[in-house]
Design a protein. Structure first.
Length: 288
């Protein structure tokens, strides 16, 4: 079992260390607040006194930090020559590319990662992580990384893992806001949230069957096929307008429904009113 260092011991970092220890890897840890390592040290991890000591202890260092600037701050005085850095923090694709160049310039190798499950699910069935960067680096470290969850390698571009991570969270965060907004609409009328949310949760799980499989939807979007056989942009846009007006009358925040309505308004204005709702993609995506 290869030795590994983990820097950053928030909930996600602690979950990673726990999974790695459970799999038998020698783990060295470091955190700005040393006390966060106490339970992990009791479980078998080794506490490093400084970031440089932590990196020197293992051939590969996993970062679980708030963002990429934290990496620069923590590792600015650390020799990375011959070391592999796997950054599982969240930031933008461009930040990942800049970080890869920074690590390479300091003699190390860099792999970007995006963890697609919450901390309690790390290391358990169903967990998966996107990775991008040098293929040989990924291949070398994949057995250890697989301890954290299924590995999904996207390619050599260091920005790809964060791109997929952010795109997935775009779906997730928007759905969470929509769920809370819808609940506010109901409770504004004096109806208990418990009378509404069970059906709303069922609707969330039913969406894939309503819109078709991912491959089917992707194929339609790639060729611009929006036949309008089921739900046209005009029909869906009318519903979006009703939701916005209901929100206004109820005193519920209108930013989210206004944004959704704007997509339909622009699609209809562009001549897609009789096309399927997927025609919104034509006004959302960048024009080439």
């Amino acid at each position: 079992m290869s030795a590994v260092t983990v820097i950053g011991l928030g909930p996600m970092g602690r979950a990673m260390v726990t999974a790695l220890l459970r799999a038998g890897h020698p783990v060295t840890v470091w955190n700005r607040t040393p006390s966060r390592a106490d339970a992990l040290v009791d479980a078998g991890a080794t506490r490093a006194g400084t970031p440089s000591e932590a990196v020197a202890a293992s051939p590969v260092t996993i970062l679980s930090l708030t963002d990429y600037p934290a990496m620069y701050d923590i590792l600015k005085s650390t020799d990375l020559t011959g070391r592999d850095v796997v950054n599982l923090s969240s930031d933008t694709p461009d930040a990942s590319r800049e970080a890869a160049a920074w690590v390479s310039g300091r003699g190390g190798r860099f792999l970007t990662g995006g963890v697609m499950v919450p901390a309690p699910a790390v290391g358990n069935p169903g967990a998966y992580v996107y990775y991008s960067g040098p293929k040989d680096l990924f291949t070398t470290r994949e057995p250890m990384l697989a301890v954290l969850g299924g590995t999904r390698y996207l390619g050599a571009d260091p920005g790809l893992a964060q791109l997929f991570y952010q795109a997935n969270l775009d779906v997730f965060l928007t759905a969470l806001s929509a769920l809370l907004h819808a609940t506010a609409l109901v409770t504004a009328a004096g109806v208990p949230a418990g009378d509404f949310l069970p059906d709303a949760m069922d609707l969330l799980t039913a969406v894939p069957s309503m819109v078709g499989g991912g491959a089917e939807l992707a194929a339609a979007l790639e060729v611009g096929d929006h036949p309008g056989e089921l739900s046209t942009a005009t029909m869906m846009g009318a519903t979006a307008d009703h939701i916005l007006r209901t929100s206004e009358r109820s005193g519920v925040d209108t930013l989210l429904p206004a944004a959704v309505k704007s997509h339909y308004d622009r699609a209809i204005a562009a001549g897609h009113g009789s096309a399927d709702w997927t025609a919104l993609y034509e006004v959302i995506r960048p024009r080439t």
